[in-house]
Design a protein around this ligand. Structure first.
Ligand code: SF4
Ligand code: SF4
Ligand code: SF4
Length: 379
């Protein structure tokens, strides 16, 4: 998306932007983030980040930025889903949120379905490589790493890199989720501001802040956050790294999708037979919005088999899937949900020239008629 200006800001100043949104009345609430605190020990779990609603500037003490970039929100949470479920989609108030690029795509689709009011949003987006999954569990085998000493994290070409209290670093072989490794849309589609650590070394105190709208520029000025101009070196290091990451994702996507397409229909259906109808994929999907899910009801009534259940869900979401990967990331049976949706999306793009979450202007090819009828009813 278009960028009006780019700066470096101190990572520790990031919460000041959020406070300024509430202080100046730009928004009524901010969807923030916080690390979960263990009830037993009272210690923060830096690998489990949850969304939280902040209503007063005093609510905002800190923001787990490097954690959120590296791990995303834990389990089925995402900023777009939280906005829809816990803040009424900003339909009755102004809300700010820190959104991943796939959240911005989900917001566009939810806006088309009248589930979110984009006009009431202030979006601070993250440009990202993707999210890593189950890091706490993965690190159990890293006996020499004391996780209580970690102060910062960053995803690199070689896995997850940690900075420790003593300034030393430790690299572990944990890559981003498969869906993210195949994601070629790592830029936000809509945002007032965006933040990224791509191209910035872990020992830097800075992150790149991009200003995309006048609203974003006004907020930055009102916040009093000190900015530094982005040097040509950092700008090209960021852009080159971003290009490289996208190219790698394109290659991985082409390879994985070719392997998937090479399977017979029977082999693909065989994969769906593993589904236990647990519903996690539905709970995790930011664009699944029905309050009374027909599939959950049928499952409860024992009126549906697992393959029909999953095929129906795929059909329901098919023209609005924004490829966030949350369904696949949360599936306990490891069904290839992300591959299925990515493969369908490629076909839809070719046949209907439609890409979910790409534009606020075009309507999904399957639901367009219903959406137009909603428009007429509104008028
Ligand atoms: S799916 Fe794409 S946009 Fe979303 S977190 Fe992964 S890499 Fe980022
Ligand atoms: S179907 Fe899966 S990948 Fe698509 S938007 Fe929903 S959770 Fe994300
Ligand atoms: S999360 Fe996996 S097992 Fe559970 S309903 Fe969805 S596809 Fe089936």
């Amino acid at each position: 998306m278009d960028t009006k200006a780019e700066y470096l800001i101190k990572e520790t100043d990031f919460p000041e932007l959020l406070k300024a949104l509430l202080k100046g009345g730009t928004v009524d609430k901010v969807i923030g983030a916080e690390a979960k605190v263990s009830r037993k020990t009272g210690e923060e779990d830096r690998f489990s980040i949850s969304p939280v609603l902040w209503e007063k500037p005093e609510d905002i003490e800190k923001f787990p930025l490097s954690n959120l970039i590296a791990y995303g929100f834990s389990r089925t949470d995402s900023a777009s889903k939280f906005l829809h479920e816990k803040a009424n989609g900003a339909k009755d108030g102004k809300i700010a949120l820190v959104a991943r690029p796939c959240d911005t795509r989900a917001l566009i689709e939810l806006n088309k379905l009248r589930q979110v009011n984009l006009d009431n949003l202030f979006i601070i987006a993250l440009e990202d490589r993707g999210i890593t999954l189950n890091v706490s569990r993965e690190l159990r085998s890293e006996k020499e790493l004391d996780t209580s000493k970690i102060v910062k994290e960053k995803i690199t070409d070689d896995g997850l890199l940690f900075m420790l209290e003593d300034g030393k670093t430790k690299q572990v072989d944990i890559d981003v989720a498969d869906n993210c490794a195949r994601c070629v849309r790592k830029d936000p589609v809509i945002a007032d501001l965006s933040v990224t650590d791509i191209g910035i070394p872990i020992d830097s105190e800075d992150v790149i802040l991009k200003v995309h709208t006048n609203k974003g520029a006004d907020l930055l000025e009102a916040s009093g956050v000190k900015t530094q101009d982005l040097s040509d070196d950092i700008k090209s290091s960021h852009e080159e790294k971003m290009d490289e990451i996208i190219k790698t994702a394109e290659e991985r996507r082409a390879k994985d999708l070719a392997e998937w397409e090479a399977l017979s229909q029977e082999e693909k259906i065989e994969q769906l037979k593993k589904c236990t109808m647990c519903g996690m994929c539905i709970r995790a999907c930011p664009v699944c919005y029905c309050v009374d899910c027909i599939l959950q009801k049928k499952r409860k009534d024992k009126a549906i088999d697992n393959v029909t259940y999953q095929l129906t869900r795929i059909a329901h979401d098919a023209d609005r899937c924004v490829e966030c990967g949350s369904c696949a990331n949360n599936c306990p049976m490891d069904l290839p949900l992300s591959l299925i949706f990515q493969s369908l999306n490629e076909k839809f793009e070719e046949k209907f020239k439609y890409k979910a979450g790409e534009s606020t202007e075009d309507l999904p090819f399957r639901s367009a008629k219903a959406i137009k009828e909603m428009e007429l009813e509104k008028a």
